[in-house]
Design a protein around this ligand. Structure first.
Ligand code: COA
Length: 330
Protein backbone atom coordinates (compact mmCIF):
# COMPACT_ATOMS: atom_id res chain seq x y z
CA UNK A 1 0.00 0.00 0.00
CA UNK A 2 1.38 3.48 -0.82
CA UNK A 3 1.70 6.10 1.85
CA UNK A 4 2.21 9.86 1.73
CA UNK A 5 5.84 10.98 1.54
CA UNK A 6 6.64 14.64 2.12
CA UNK A 7 8.57 15.62 -1.01
CA UNK A 8 8.55 19.42 -0.72
CA UNK A 9 7.97 22.17 1.86
CA UNK A 10 7.71 25.94 1.75
CA UNK A 11 6.60 28.90 3.84
CA UNK A 12 5.83 32.55 3.44
CA UNK A 13 5.25 35.22 6.08
CA UNK A 14 4.21 38.85 5.59
CA UNK A 15 7.04 41.39 5.47
CA UNK A 16 5.70 43.58 8.26
CA UNK A 17 7.34 42.81 11.61
CA UNK A 18 5.38 43.84 14.70
CA UNK A 19 7.48 43.85 17.85
CA UNK A 20 6.29 43.63 21.43
CA UNK A 21 7.19 47.31 21.80
CA UNK A 22 4.93 48.09 18.82
CA UNK A 23 2.07 46.35 20.64
CA UNK A 24 2.84 48.34 23.79
CA UNK A 25 1.89 51.46 21.78
CA UNK A 26 -1.60 49.99 21.27
CA UNK A 27 -2.32 48.41 24.66
CA UNK A 28 -1.11 48.22 28.23
CA UNK A 29 1.58 45.57 27.91
CA UNK A 30 5.36 45.27 27.95
CA UNK A 31 8.05 43.45 26.03
CA UNK A 32 9.13 41.79 29.30
CA UNK A 33 5.62 40.44 30.09
CA UNK A 34 5.16 38.97 26.64
CA UNK A 35 8.65 37.42 26.43
CA UNK A 36 8.49 35.95 29.91
CA UNK A 37 4.98 34.45 29.53
CA UNK A 38 5.21 33.25 25.92
CA UNK A 39 8.76 33.53 24.50
CA UNK A 40 7.46 35.77 21.70
CA UNK A 41 9.54 38.78 20.62
CA UNK A 42 7.81 39.67 17.37
CA UNK A 43 5.20 38.46 14.89
CA UNK A 44 4.22 39.24 11.29
CA UNK A 45 1.08 41.11 10.25
CA UNK A 46 -0.32 41.35 6.73
CA UNK A 47 -0.59 44.67 4.92
CA UNK A 48 -4.18 45.94 4.45
CA UNK A 49 -5.97 43.86 1.82
CA UNK A 50 -3.42 41.04 1.71
CA UNK A 51 -5.29 37.72 1.73
CA UNK A 52 -4.64 34.36 3.33
CA UNK A 53 -4.85 32.81 -0.13
CA UNK A 54 -2.00 35.11 -1.24
CA UNK A 55 0.19 33.89 1.63
CA UNK A 56 -0.79 30.29 0.86
CA UNK A 57 -0.01 30.73 -2.84
CA UNK A 58 3.53 31.95 -2.10
CA UNK A 59 4.14 29.08 0.35
CA UNK A 60 2.67 26.53 -2.08
CA UNK A 61 4.87 27.69 -4.97
CA UNK A 62 7.96 27.28 -2.79
CA UNK A 63 6.83 23.81 -1.70
CA UNK A 64 6.24 22.81 -5.33
CA UNK A 65 9.67 24.16 -6.33
CA UNK A 66 11.19 22.18 -3.48
CA UNK A 67 9.39 19.06 -4.74
CA UNK A 68 10.49 19.78 -8.32
CA UNK A 69 6.89 19.60 -9.53
CA UNK A 70 4.69 21.99 -11.53
CA UNK A 71 1.35 23.05 -9.97
CA UNK A 72 -0.41 20.82 -12.53
CA UNK A 73 0.95 17.75 -10.70
CA UNK A 74 -1.39 18.38 -7.74
CA UNK A 75 -4.54 16.30 -7.72
CA UNK A 76 -5.94 17.39 -4.34
CA UNK A 77 -5.63 20.49 -2.12
CA UNK A 78 -6.13 20.24 1.64
CA UNK A 79 -6.33 23.72 3.11
CA UNK A 80 -6.40 24.32 6.88
CA UNK A 81 -7.32 27.72 8.30
CA UNK A 82 -9.57 29.23 10.96
CA UNK A 83 -9.31 32.57 9.21
CA UNK A 84 -10.73 32.10 5.72
CA UNK A 85 -10.71 35.16 3.50
CA UNK A 86 -14.54 35.07 3.37
CA UNK A 87 -17.39 33.41 5.24
CA UNK A 88 -17.70 31.00 2.32
CA UNK A 89 -16.38 29.41 0.21
CA UNK A 90 -13.25 28.31 2.03
CA UNK A 91 -9.81 29.26 0.75
CA UNK A 92 -9.25 25.93 -1.04
CA UNK A 93 -11.04 26.87 -4.29
CA UNK A 94 -9.41 30.33 -4.23
CA UNK A 95 -5.99 28.65 -4.01
CA UNK A 96 -6.89 26.17 -6.79
CA UNK A 97 -7.73 29.12 -9.06
CA UNK A 98 -4.66 31.13 -8.02
CA UNK A 99 -2.41 28.15 -8.82
CA UNK A 100 -4.01 27.99 -12.26
CA UNK A 101 -4.53 24.24 -12.09
CA UNK A 102 -7.21 21.85 -13.24
CA UNK A 103 -10.49 21.46 -11.33
CA UNK A 104 -8.97 19.24 -8.64
CA UNK A 105 -10.64 18.65 -5.30
CA UNK A 106 -10.12 21.26 -2.59
CA UNK A 107 -10.84 20.15 0.96
CA UNK A 108 -11.20 22.99 3.48
CA UNK A 109 -10.55 22.04 7.04
CA UNK A 110 -10.49 24.03 10.29
CA UNK A 111 -9.28 22.24 13.40
CA UNK A 112 -7.53 25.39 14.61
CA UNK A 113 -3.97 24.88 15.87
CA UNK A 114 -4.27 21.19 15.01
CA UNK A 115 -5.33 21.97 11.42
CA UNK A 116 -2.08 20.99 9.72
CA UNK A 117 -1.81 17.71 11.64
CA UNK A 118 -5.39 16.87 10.61
CA UNK A 119 -4.48 17.92 7.06
CA UNK A 120 -1.48 15.59 6.87
CA UNK A 121 -3.58 12.73 8.26
CA UNK A 122 -6.32 13.42 5.69
CA UNK A 123 -3.84 13.64 2.80
CA UNK A 124 -2.22 10.38 3.89
CA UNK A 125 -5.67 8.74 4.03
CA UNK A 126 -6.55 9.87 0.50
CA UNK A 127 -3.19 8.62 -0.79
CA UNK A 128 -3.46 5.25 0.99
CA UNK A 129 -6.98 4.83 -0.41
CA UNK A 130 -5.73 5.54 -3.92
CA UNK A 131 -8.03 8.56 -4.29
CA UNK A 132 -5.10 10.96 -4.76
CA UNK A 133 -1.43 10.70 -5.68
CA UNK A 134 -0.04 14.19 -5.10
CA UNK A 135 -1.61 16.33 -2.38
CA UNK A 136 -0.84 19.94 -1.46
CA UNK A 137 -1.42 20.48 2.28
CA UNK A 138 -1.52 24.11 3.37
CA UNK A 139 -1.87 25.91 6.69
CA UNK A 140 -2.35 29.66 6.42
CA UNK A 141 -3.66 32.24 8.86
CA UNK A 142 -4.38 35.93 9.14
CA UNK A 143 -5.03 36.68 12.79
CA UNK A 144 -4.03 40.33 12.87
CA UNK A 145 -7.27 41.68 11.35
CA UNK A 146 -9.36 39.77 13.91
CA UNK A 147 -7.61 40.61 17.17
CA UNK A 148 -8.75 43.05 19.83
CA UNK A 149 -5.57 45.15 19.87
CA UNK A 150 -6.68 47.17 22.91
CA UNK A 151 -5.88 46.49 26.58
CA UNK A 152 -9.19 44.58 26.78
CA UNK A 153 -7.87 41.92 24.39
CA UNK A 154 -4.21 41.91 25.37
CA UNK A 155 -4.10 38.38 26.79
CA UNK A 156 -4.90 36.97 23.32
CA UNK A 157 -3.69 39.69 20.94
CA UNK A 158 -0.02 39.48 21.92
CA UNK A 159 0.17 35.75 21.17
CA UNK A 160 -0.99 35.45 17.55
CA UNK A 161 0.58 36.23 14.17
CA UNK A 162 0.07 35.77 10.43
CA UNK A 163 1.80 33.41 7.98
CA UNK A 164 1.54 30.33 5.78
CA UNK A 165 3.28 27.03 5.22
CA UNK A 166 2.76 24.21 2.73
CA UNK A 167 3.86 20.66 2.03
CA UNK A 168 3.61 18.49 -1.08
CA UNK A 169 2.80 14.86 -0.31
CA UNK A 170 3.25 12.13 -2.88
CA UNK A 171 2.29 8.44 -3.04
CA UNK A 172 5.34 6.26 -2.36
CA UNK A 173 5.76 2.61 -1.50
CA UNK A 174 9.27 2.79 -0.01
CA UNK A 175 10.45 3.41 3.55
CA UNK A 176 9.58 7.05 3.79
CA UNK A 177 6.25 8.72 4.41
CA UNK A 178 3.62 9.16 7.12
CA UNK A 179 4.03 6.15 9.41
CA UNK A 180 1.17 6.98 11.77
CA UNK A 181 -1.24 9.75 12.76
CA UNK A 182 -3.42 10.23 15.83
CA UNK A 183 -6.32 12.71 16.05
CA UNK A 184 -8.44 13.80 19.02
CA UNK A 185 -11.10 16.30 20.03
CA UNK A 186 -12.89 17.21 23.27
CA UNK A 187 -15.77 19.60 22.66
CA UNK A 188 -16.63 19.93 26.33
CA UNK A 189 -13.86 22.54 26.38
CA UNK A 190 -14.84 24.30 23.14
CA UNK A 191 -15.57 27.56 24.93
CA UNK A 192 -12.19 27.73 26.69
CA UNK A 193 -10.67 29.05 23.46
CA UNK A 194 -13.09 30.22 20.83
CA UNK A 195 -14.47 33.01 18.71
CA UNK A 196 -18.23 33.06 19.21
CA UNK A 197 -19.45 35.29 16.37
CA UNK A 198 -20.40 35.66 13.57
CA UNK A 199 -22.80 32.86 14.52
CA UNK A 200 -25.63 31.11 12.69
CA UNK A 201 -27.52 31.17 16.02
CA UNK A 202 -28.23 34.90 15.64
CA UNK A 203 -30.32 36.51 12.88
CA UNK A 204 -27.89 38.50 10.76
CA UNK A 205 -24.98 36.57 12.31
CA UNK A 206 -23.85 39.53 14.47
CA UNK A 207 -25.42 42.62 15.96
CA UNK A 208 -24.49 45.77 17.83
CA UNK A 209 -24.91 44.12 21.26
CA UNK A 210 -22.50 41.32 20.38
CA UNK A 211 -20.00 43.78 18.92
CA UNK A 212 -20.22 45.99 22.03
CA UNK A 213 -19.44 42.92 24.16
CA UNK A 214 -16.38 42.14 21.98
CA UNK A 215 -17.73 38.69 21.20
CA UNK A 216 -16.38 38.87 17.63
CA UNK A 217 -12.87 38.50 19.07
CA UNK A 218 -11.19 35.27 20.22
CA UNK A 219 -11.52 34.56 23.93
CA UNK A 220 -9.31 32.23 25.91
CA UNK A 221 -9.04 30.76 29.37
CA UNK A 222 -5.24 30.88 29.26
CA UNK A 223 -4.60 28.77 32.34
CA UNK A 224 -6.94 25.95 31.27
CA UNK A 225 -5.46 25.92 27.76
CA UNK A 226 -1.97 25.85 29.21
CA UNK A 227 -2.63 22.85 31.46
CA UNK A 228 -4.53 20.78 28.89
CA UNK A 229 -1.95 21.58 26.20
CA UNK A 230 0.97 20.16 28.16
CA UNK A 231 -0.88 16.95 28.96
CA UNK A 232 -2.21 16.41 25.44
CA UNK A 233 1.05 17.25 23.64
CA UNK A 234 2.80 14.55 25.68
CA UNK A 235 0.02 12.00 25.22
CA UNK A 236 -0.18 12.54 21.46
CA UNK A 237 3.57 12.06 21.06
CA UNK A 238 3.56 8.85 23.11
CA UNK A 239 0.51 7.56 21.22
CA UNK A 240 1.80 8.19 17.71
CA UNK A 241 5.17 6.61 18.55
CA UNK A 242 3.44 3.57 20.05
CA UNK A 243 1.21 3.25 16.96
CA UNK A 244 4.31 2.82 14.80
CA UNK A 245 6.42 0.95 17.37
CA UNK A 246 9.04 3.69 17.39
CA UNK A 247 11.10 4.79 20.43
CA UNK A 248 11.40 8.43 21.48
CA UNK A 249 15.16 8.28 21.16
CA UNK A 250 14.89 7.37 17.48
CA UNK A 251 13.12 10.62 16.61
CA UNK A 252 15.46 13.18 15.02
CA UNK A 253 13.21 16.20 15.44
CA UNK A 254 9.98 17.03 17.26
CA UNK A 255 8.06 19.92 15.68
CA UNK A 256 5.40 21.07 18.12
CA UNK A 257 2.75 23.61 17.21
CA UNK A 258 4.22 26.92 18.35
CA UNK A 259 1.68 27.87 21.03
CA UNK A 260 3.90 29.19 23.76
CA UNK A 261 7.59 28.66 24.54
CA UNK A 262 6.75 27.77 28.16
CA UNK A 263 4.45 24.99 26.94
CA UNK A 264 7.16 23.70 24.58
CA UNK A 265 9.74 23.72 27.38
CA UNK A 266 7.48 21.90 29.85
CA UNK A 267 6.59 19.25 27.25
CA UNK A 268 10.28 18.83 26.40
CA UNK A 269 11.14 18.34 30.08
CA UNK A 270 8.27 15.95 30.70
CA UNK A 271 9.22 13.82 27.70
CA UNK A 272 12.84 13.80 28.80
CA UNK A 273 14.21 14.76 25.38
CA UNK A 274 17.01 17.22 24.75
CA UNK A 275 15.80 20.66 23.66
CA UNK A 276 18.10 20.49 20.61
CA UNK A 277 15.64 17.91 19.21
CA UNK A 278 12.62 20.19 19.62
CA UNK A 279 12.11 22.92 17.03
CA UNK A 280 11.12 26.41 18.11
CA UNK A 281 10.60 29.63 16.19
CA UNK A 282 7.82 31.21 18.26
CA UNK A 283 10.14 34.06 19.18
CA UNK A 284 9.88 35.38 15.60
CA UNK A 285 6.31 34.54 14.58
CA UNK A 286 4.12 34.06 17.65
CA UNK A 287 1.32 31.53 17.34
CA UNK A 288 0.16 31.19 13.72
CA UNK A 289 -2.26 28.30 14.49
CA UNK A 290 -2.57 26.00 11.42
CA UNK A 291 0.45 27.68 9.78
CA UNK A 292 2.84 27.18 12.67
CA UNK A 293 3.87 23.57 12.00
CA UNK A 294 4.36 23.90 8.22
CA UNK A 295 6.36 27.13 8.70
CA UNK A 296 8.55 25.35 11.28
CA UNK A 297 8.85 22.23 9.10
CA UNK A 298 9.91 24.28 6.09
CA UNK A 299 12.44 26.29 8.12
CA UNK A 300 13.86 23.14 9.72
CA UNK A 301 14.24 21.38 6.36
CA UNK A 302 15.90 24.41 4.78
CA UNK A 303 18.25 24.78 7.74
CA UNK A 304 19.40 21.16 7.32
CA UNK A 305 17.83 20.06 10.61
CA UNK A 306 16.07 17.12 8.86
CA UNK A 307 17.80 14.54 6.65
CA UNK A 308 16.49 11.81 4.37
CA UNK A 309 15.52 8.83 6.52
CA UNK A 310 15.04 10.86 9.71
CA UNK A 311 11.98 10.37 11.87
CA UNK A 312 10.03 13.59 12.52
CA UNK A 313 7.07 14.08 14.86
CA UNK A 314 4.54 16.86 14.23
CA UNK A 315 2.33 17.48 17.26
CA UNK A 316 -0.37 20.05 18.00
CA UNK A 317 -3.01 21.12 20.49
CA UNK A 318 -5.57 23.86 20.18
CA UNK A 319 -9.10 25.17 20.26
CA UNK A 320 -11.83 22.56 20.21
CA UNK A 321 -10.04 21.26 22.17
CA UNK A 322 -8.33 19.32 19.38
CA UNK A 323 -4.95 17.64 19.41
CA UNK A 324 -2.99 15.11 17.41
CA UNK A 325 0.32 14.06 15.93
CA UNK A 326 1.92 12.67 12.78
CA UNK A 327 5.04 10.51 12.68
CA UNK A 328 6.88 10.92 9.38
CA UNK A 329 9.95 9.25 7.94
CA UNK A 330 11.66 11.93 5.87
N1 COA B 1 0.41 42.26 29.08
C1 COA B 1 0.43 42.54 30.39
N2 COA B 1 -0.40 41.96 31.26
C2 COA B 1 -1.27 41.05 30.80
C3 COA B 1 -1.34 40.72 29.43
C4 COA B 1 -0.46 41.37 28.57
N3 COA B 1 -0.43 41.11 27.25
N4 COA B 1 -2.30 39.79 29.27
C5 COA B 1 -2.84 39.55 30.46
N5 COA B 1 -2.22 40.32 31.39
C6 COA B 1 -2.48 40.38 32.81
C7 COA B 1 -3.88 39.91 33.16
O1 COA B 1 -4.80 40.99 33.05
C8 COA B 1 -3.71 39.47 34.58
O2 COA B 1 -3.71 40.59 35.40
P1 COA B 1 -4.37 40.53 36.88
O3 COA B 1 -3.62 39.47 37.61
O4 COA B 1 -4.14 41.90 37.38
O5 COA B 1 -5.78 40.18 36.64
C9 COA B 1 -2.33 38.89 34.56
O6 COA B 1 -1.64 39.48 33.46
C10 COA B 1 -2.34 37.38 34.33
O7 COA B 1 -1.09 37.00 34.62
P2 COA B 1 -0.78 35.50 34.81
O8 COA B 1 -1.83 34.83 35.59
O9 COA B 1 0.58 35.44 35.34
O10 COA B 1 -0.86 35.01 33.32
P3 COA B 1 -0.41 33.61 32.87
O11 COA B 1 0.90 33.25 33.48
O12 COA B 1 -1.54 32.65 32.98
O13 COA B 1 -0.11 33.87 31.35
C11 COA B 1 -0.95 33.37 29.22
C12 COA B 1 -1.15 34.17 30.48
C13 COA B 1 -2.08 33.68 28.27
C14 COA B 1 0.37 33.79 28.56
C15 COA B 1 -0.90 31.87 29.58
O14 COA B 1 -2.02 31.52 30.32
C16 COA B 1 -0.80 30.96 28.39
O15 COA B 1 0.20 30.96 27.70
N6 COA B 1 -1.82 30.14 28.11
C17 COA B 1 -1.84 29.28 26.96
C18 COA B 1 -2.07 30.12 25.75
C19 COA B 1 -1.93 29.35 24.49
O16 COA B 1 -0.96 28.69 24.27
N7 COA B 1 -2.91 29.47 23.62
C20 COA B 1 -2.92 28.87 22.34
C21 COA B 1 -3.08 27.41 22.47
S1 COA B 1 -3.12 26.69 20.91
Amino acid sequence: MPRAAVIGVGHHVPERIVTNDDLAQLMDTTDAWIRERSGIAERRWVRPGQSGTELALAASRLALDDAGLPPAAIDLIVYATINPDHAFPGNGPFLQHALGIDTVGALDIRNQCTGFVYGIAAADGFIRAGTARTVLVVGSEIHSTGLDVSTRGRDVAVLFGDGAGAAVLSAETGERGVLASVLHSQGEFARELWCEVPTALVQGRLNDDLLAQARQYPHMNGRAVFQHAIRRFCEAIEEVLAAAGVAKDDVALFIPHQANQRITEMVTRRLGVDSSRVYSNIERYGNTTAASIPIALSEAARAGRIHRGDLVVLVAFGSGFTWGANLIRW
